[in-house]
Design a protein around this ligand. Structure first.
Ligand SMILES: Cc1cc2nc3c(=O)[nH]c(=O)nc-3n(C[C@H](O)[C@H](O)[C@H](O)COP(=O)(O)OP(=O)(O)OC[C@H]3O[C@@H](n4cnc5c(N)ncnc54)[C@H](O)[C@@H]3O)c2cc1C
Length: 381
């Protein structure tokens, strides 16, 4: 078959590779002038620093097959994400751990003492937490909530934590040891030369043609048997039912000499600091040496037409509109919606790759059977 794949991010690159290896013809287009979608990295011309252009991306997974897959296309070097937070005039360690708790309350507690202390702080009068705020108060009490969750969440989501569902904070967001590794996953690392060469290597196959700076036009369909769409679901329909809500990010870039903040990611928890975090990109590649430094101050706001959609909001209203778009999509033929935008979900890179591998396997099985390819291989709801 001849596939048109819209988007040169991980979803279409990984799917396209598998289909190409099975002998199908694959054309990948992207409106941007580079591959790799949102995990695109590029070297800053002045400093030589590898910049995560659409925000920091750290690879972490428990999926051994996915880990082997990415290591097949590039070299990953060990990297642990250790985030700090500037809050109420001090710098703390995140996620909230024993160091954070002891520093914040001016104590020297051991794990069991800290656990009992936090249980004392927790608001046990909240039986059945419904909102993010109630859940946080139930877990950690008012002081840690104010310092580390309230202001940051308000800035990130543009609304009060009383309007967000409790489900956002599923587990106790506190560790009673000194482990400050942000992620729990077994495999963690950074591609030595960035994500873009990795995606270029995935797309490097004789059955794959890549066209950059090429936005999708409906007339392109005529030249292909099937479209795989990793752009925004509502964008496919020209937003005719309305726009699915996203948060977008503004990155205020600045440069410095030497080491500006001493770590890759510094969160800012206070509500009166307008940005959520500052990223110093050179710390994502600690094996490199650069005199200059490139930093991003990150601001979150509602996504307007023309902005890059980053985080799907997925509150009750958006889910209702999503259901309408799913119904509309299911009346289509010859198209499959994939990836973070095509299914309006937040997906980490490893999950994106896992899904892309599975969907491609499903395609190959279907093509060997009744030939019917699904509209959605994963339900967006
Ligand atoms: C701020 C942020 C930080 C993240 N950090 C991490 C992290 O630390 N670790 C992690 O594992 N994951 C992280 N992720 C998730 C990661 O970015 C995604 O898993 C990954 O980008 C999904 O790949 P994709 O191909 O589905 O989508 P995308 O990467 O978004 O690719 C879609 C592509 O489609 C193109 N496109 C859209 N519409 C059209 C059109 N009409 N015509 C042509 N082309 C079109 C776009 O230009 C884009 O290049 C982060 C995401 C965000 C938003």
């Amino acid at each position: 078959m001849d596939f048109l794949m819209v988007g040169a991010g991980l979803s279409c690159a990984v799917m396209g590779r598998k289909l190409a290896e099975a002998g199908h013809r694959v054309t990948v287009i992207d409106s941007r002038d580079h591959v790799a979608g949102n995990c695109h990295t590029e070297r800053d011309a002045d400093t030589g620093v590898l910049v995560h252009v659409y925000g920091p991306h750290i690879f972490h997974t428990d999926d051994e097959e996915v880990w082997d897959y990415v290591n097949h296309y590039t070299t990953f070097l060990p990297y642990k994400n250790r985030v700090k937070s500037t809050t109420q005039g001090q710098v703390f360690s995140l996620p909230v751990n024993l160091h954070t708790i002891n520093q914040f309350f001016g104590k020297t507690m051991r794990p069991d003492e800290a656990r009992a202390f936090i249980e004392d702080q927790a608001d046990t009068s909240i039986d059945d937490p419904q909102t993010f705020e109630e859940q946080a108060l139930r877990f950690v009490g008012p002081d840690l909530y104010e310092a580390f969750f309230k202001g940051y969440t308000e800035k990130q989501w543009g609304c009060s934590p009383t309007e967000l569902p409790a489900s956002i904070l599923k587990r106790l967001p506190v560790r009673f040891n000194y482990d400050d590794n942000y992620f729990f996953h077994r495999f963690q690392g950074m591609p030595e030369d960035g994500y873009t060469p990795m995606v270029e290597a995935i797309l490097d196959h004789r059955n794959i043609t890549v066209s950059l700076s090429t936005p999708y036009e409906p007339s392109m369909r005529a030249d292909h048997d099937h479209v795989v769409w990793s752009g925004p679901l509502d964008g496919y329909f020209d937003y005719d039912l309305g726009r699915l809500g996203y948060r977008t990010l503004d990155f205020e870039r600045f440069t410095a000499t030497g080491d500006w903040q001493g770590c890759a990611v510094m969160n800012y928890g206070d509500r009166d600091v307008p940005f959520t975090r500052i990223t110093e990109h050179k710390h994502f590649a600690p094996w490199e040496e650069h005199e200059g430094s490139v930093l991003y101050r990150e601001y979150s706001r509602a996504c307007e037409p023309g902005d890059i959609p980053y985080y799907p909001i997925r509150m009750v209203e958006e889910k209702a509109l999503l259901a309408d778009y799913i119904q509309k999509a299911e009346r289509e033929t010859g198209v499959t919606f994939v990836g973070r935008l095509g299914t309006y979900r937040y997906l980490d890179m490893d999950v994106t790759i896992r899904e892309a591998l599975d969907i491609a396997d499903g395609f190959l099985a279907a093509l060997g059977g009744d030939g019917r390819l699904p509209i959605f291989a994963k339900s967006p709801l």
